[in-house]
Design a protein around this ligand. Sequence first.
Ligand code: PAF
Length: 282
Amino acid sequence: MESVSTVEAVRNRVQQWRAAGERVVFVPTMGNLHRGHLSLLQTAQQQGERVVVSIFVNPMQFGPNEDFAHYPRTPQQDATLLQGEGCSLLFIPEVGEIYPHGPDRSTQINVPELTDILCGAVRPGHFTGVATVVAKLLHIVMPDAAVFGEKDYQQLTIIRRMVTDLCINIKIIGAATVREVDGLAMSSRNQYLTPRERQTAPLLYQTLLDAQQRLRKPAASFAAVEEEALANLIVHGFQPDYFSIREAVRLSVPVPADRELVVLAAARLGRARLIDNLRLQR
Ligand code: PAF
C-alpha cells in the first residue's frame, strides 16, 4: 500500500490506474478505523480493482465546543490495518492541503432542506462541513464510486443529494451498519462510553427495533411511537436529541402512504453522542 499526503500525488496515481482501465473506489474516513470501516473497504473491493482510503479529521465539520481536538487519531495503527485489507492507496493530508485558505475562509457547500434538520439542528454547520470536504475529496480522488456507511444516514442522504445537484459523475454506495454482538452500532465515539454506559448503550438500537415493530401495524400513530421511544430513552439515562420517523429518501415529514420509512435517533449518553437508524418498507 502506498501512502501519500498531497493532492497531486493522489491525482497522479489514480489517473494511471484509470488510464489502465482499472476501476477506482474511494472510502473517505476520519481514521481510528474499526470493523465498521473495514466493511466499507470490503464493499469497495467488490466494486473495483483499486481502493483509495482517505484519513482526514475535517475541522470544518466540528462545532466550536465539539471534540475536534480530542477526536481519536491513530494513523500508524490505521495504516497497518489498511495494509492487510486490500487498500491500494492511503491519502492522509494535512489541514493546509485540503484548506489552503483555512477552513473558515474556504468555499462551502450547503444542501438546503437537509443540513439543518435532525443532527443538523443540534450541530449547526456540521453538514456544511461534511458536504464541503466530501465534495473536495471526490474532486481530488475522482473515483468511479465512493462508499459511505448507512449508520450516518443523514450524511449519506446529503451526499447523494449533493452529488445529484452538482452533477458529480461518481456512484455513491451505502454500506450496511456494522454492529457489536449486543446491537450497538460501531463508532469511533463509542470509546467515550464508561463501562456502565457501554452496557446501557445498546438500548438505543433496541428502542429502534421496538419502534420498527410497532410501525408494521398500519394503524400505528407515528407521534405515539416517537413519544414513547423518547420517554424510554430518558428513563434509561439517555439525553435524546431526537427520535424521528421520516420518509427514507428525502427525510421529510409527514410521510406519504406507501413510502419507505426510516426511523432515526440521536442521543447523548455521558460524553458520547450516539446515532443510529432503521429502515422500514410498508
Ligand atoms: O463519516 C465520516 O467519517 C466523515 O463525516 C467523512 C464522510 C469522512 C467526512 O469527513
